[in-house]
Design a protein around this ligand. Structure first.
Ligand code: SF4
Length: 88
């Protein structure tokens, strides 16, 4: 998988209390709670749009611009505007 410089989320483990509010906020499924802390599952799933940022009451999520895997683009019911449903 090719890497490019782009914005992806960064989760501060010290600030994160594991509440899990960011998980459903991410339509791409890029965040999971592992060992009581939010984790970015894969760079590929983070679209860099930051839907999760406003959901974090601890301010634990920020953007960082770095070398990351290219986005994995897929269509789900939540993303589809054309009536074509493709579930990965
Ligand atoms: S919303 Fe914030 S505090 Fe809660 S799990 Fe996600 S990163 Fe951690």
């Amino acid at each position: 998988m090719a890497k490019v410089i782009r914005e992806v989320i960064k989760i501060d483990e010290e600030l994160c209390d594991g509440c899990g509010l960011c998980v459903p906020a991410c339509a791409e499924g890029a965040i999971q709670i592992v060992d009581g802390k939010a984790r970015l599952v894969s760079d590929r799933y983070c679209d860099g749009l930051g839907a999760c940022l406003g959901e974090c009451p601890q301010g634990a999520i920020t953007f960082q611009k770095r070398d990351a895997e290219e986005k994995f683009i897929y269509l789900t019911q939540r993303h589809c505007f054309l009536g074509i449903f493709v579930i990965p």
